[in-house]
Design a protein around this ligand. Structure first.
Ligand SMILES: C[S@@+](CC[C@H](N)C(=O)[O-])C[C@H]1O[C@@H](n2cnc3c(N)ncnc32)[C@H](O)[C@@H]1O
Length: 270
């Protein structure tokens, strides 16, 4: 197995260190996400997060996005962008990894969606004008890999007043209950402080997830939205369904039925 420390290290004066590390991580691990991307591109009805909750139960994407301009922040293999395009939006999809974008572009060609803009870049600083988008979304993209104090204001800048930002990622409680070495699923021990959660550096972890993530106390998310100029419309603490079994990624279904492993925020620009 290739150790991520053996991979060539790209350094750029323009990019923060977590963006450089996460680019390396995602370029290296992109092949592992191809099959998941292919499955999701085939879906008509979106399914969200670790447990594949249908959009009918967790309504993050409106059925009709006709005439809207949408942006996906950290699009990965691009299936959320495909769902938005099929719902009528024009879509700008940015990702930090060329390898992930290669999958997205290939699947877009395969599915005949040739008018999505696939852009290589950092979702913390997007080369697009102010107020140019009606809808912004991130499923485990900027939502967890970008510094919230940078990407949330950037999403606010990109949206028009009344525009909506939806994002889904790890719940802070899940992160508190996961060993910093990443060698075991979330457990019943508090493994790190809740206050000051901030930057979650997995570069020395034994296995996935790797890279550098971010999370915050729920009160800090709330304060950031208020200070940035977002109103919270909805907040979901996602629970594993009754029929879910086994362990996925960093969490077991048993754990995720008792505690929230994932969160989704829906906020609107004032
Ligand atoms: C788990 S994928 C999520 C995307 C999509 N939902 C999927 O599963 O294919 C995480 C993506 O976030 C991207 N990412 C990480 N940091 C980023 C940044 N600073 N700007 C844009 N994308 C970023 C990674 O390159 C990766 O493709």
């Amino acid at each position: 197995m290739t150790n991520r420390r053996d991979l060539p290290l790209e350094r750029s004066a323009d990019l923060p260190d977590h963006v450089v590390e996460n680019r390396r991580h995602w370029d290296a691990t992109a092949p592992q996400w191809v099959a998941n991307g292919e499955r999701n591109w085939l879906r008509e009805e979106p399914e969200w997060g670790i447990w594949g909750i249908p959009n009918s139960e967790l309504p993050l994407l409106p059925d009709d996005l006709s005439g809207l301009r949408a942006i996906e922040l950290g699009c990965g293999t691009g299936y959320v962008s495909a769902w938005m395009r099929r719902r009528g939006a024009s879509v700008y999809a940015i990702d930090n990894s060329e390898q992930q974008l290669a999958t997205a572009r290939r699947l877009a060609r395969l599915h005949g969606l040739d008018d999505i803009d696939w852009v290589h870049g950092n979702a913390e600083t997007v080369d697009q004008p102010d107020a140019g988008f009606d809808f912004a979304i991130s499923e485990y993209g900027a939502a967890i890999w970008c510094d919230p104090h940078v990407w949330i204001p950037e999403a606010h800048r990109l949206l028009r007043p009344g525009g909506r930002l939806v994002f889904l990622g790890n719940h802070p409680l899940g992160m508190v209950c996961t060993s910093p070495t990443g060698d075991a699923p979330a457990g019943l021990t508090l493994e790190r402080d809740y206050f000051g959660l901030g930057r979650l550096d997995w570069t020395d972890a034994l296995d996935d997830p790797g890279g550098i993530e971010f999370n915050m106390e729920i009160s800090s998310w709330m304060r950031l939205f208020r200070d940035t100029g977002f109103d919270v419309v909805d907040y979901h603490e996602i629970r594993a369904p009754e029929q879910a079994a086994g362990t996925r990624f960093w969490v077991s279904a048993d754990w995720a039925r008792r505690f929230p492993a994932e969160q989704a925020w829906v906020v609107v620009k004032r």
